[in-house]
Design a protein around this ligand. Structure first.
Ligand SMILES: CC(C)(COP(=O)(O)OP(=O)(O)OC[C@H]1O[C@@H](n2cnc3c(N)ncnc32)[C@H](O)[C@@H]1OP(=O)(O)O)[C@@H](O)C(=O)NCCC(=O)NCCS
Length: 241
């Protein structure tokens, strides 16, 4: 689900890994329905998934949306609809055998994930990032391209680690915190904070990684309410979207 830039990356990963047969995209923008993206059709919107399941035999999906909160909300909704949420792991990514993985995870080209890391649901480990030993990446987080996460780092839910950032060992990054591009984090980062620079310093607090982050809004809005006005999806596997 999601026929944007991240969707194109995820499609490329799925096509290269050959573990799934991609039926096409779904997207929240109805004007995209009927178009093609990198050779795959945009099949419809979220509400079309039950029909697509019957007509095309689609039984699995992955949410390919960069925004941490929206990605998690759609993953919940699609899972509730009975679809299996798959992972997209690029063949050039290198994962230690002891790494544990949730679902709806994207691990892009060249990413390295070392021993005994735990990668939660709906995490993105983007191109060429490094996640070293025993680090915990909680659900809905995004480690951007080229970021380097040292050993025993604890990245909490919905956090965003910017492109090229470095996080030294045993640091905790609070939920929904934002680490700016190129920052070097040497101390714990508070939840909802934004830090930038070398060494990283707080710029401001309470910057959401997306208005749909359930932890930020106190779970007062259901995933379905969030998703309905916002999206449509992608599918493919034995057929997924
Ligand atoms: C950290 C970030 C989120 C801040 O965005 P913002 O809240 O809009 O902040 P602003 O652009 O208003 O900048 C606020 C201040 O922080 C500074 N700043 C912003 N980003 C910075 C960074 N990455 N490194 C150092 N300083 C930075 C600005 O120069 C500004 O300083 P000033 O107050 O002295 O003028 C953003 O700049 C950033 O780094 N995003 C990461 C993008 C990324 O990794 N994309 C990859 C996607 S896959």
């Amino acid at each position: 689900m999601g026929a944007g830039g991240h969707g194109r990356v995820v499609l490329d990963i799925l096509m290269r890994s050959a573990a799934h047969q991609v039926a096409g995209f779904i997207d929240s923008d109805p004007s995209l329905t009927g178009r093609r993206m990198d050779g795959k059709p945009v099949l419809g919107v979220l509400d079309d998934l039950p029909t697509l399941r019957k007509e095309l035999g689609v039984d699995a999906a992955i949410v390919a949306i960069g925004d941490n909160g929206i990605r998690r909300a759609f993953a919940d909704r699609i899972s509730e609809m009975g679809f299996v949420l798959i992972n997209a792991i690029h063949p050039s990514a290198n994962l230690a055998q002891s790494v544990s993985l949730g679902s709806n995870i994207v691990i892009a080209a060249g990413a390295l994930v070392c021993a005994h890391c735990h990668i939660g649901d709906s995490v993105i480990l983007n191109t060429g990032c490094i996640v070293d030993h025993e680090s915990m990446i909680a659900p809905g987080s995004h480690v951007c391209p080229g970021a380097r996460i040292a050993g025993r780092v604890n990245i909490q839910a919905g956090a965003f680690i910017g492109i090229g950032a470095t996080v030294i060992q045993s640091v905790q990054i609070g939920h929904h915190a934002i680490v700016g591009a190129g920052a070097v984090v040497i101390d714990d980062v508070s939840p909802l904070s934004t830090v930038v620079g070398v060494p990283a310093r707080t710029t401001h607090r309470a910057v959401s990684t997306g208005a749909t982050d359930r932890e930020v809004v106190g779970d007062q809005i259901s995933a379905q309410e969030l998703v309905a006005p916002l999206m449509h999806a992608t599918a493919g596997h034995s057929r997924s979207v």
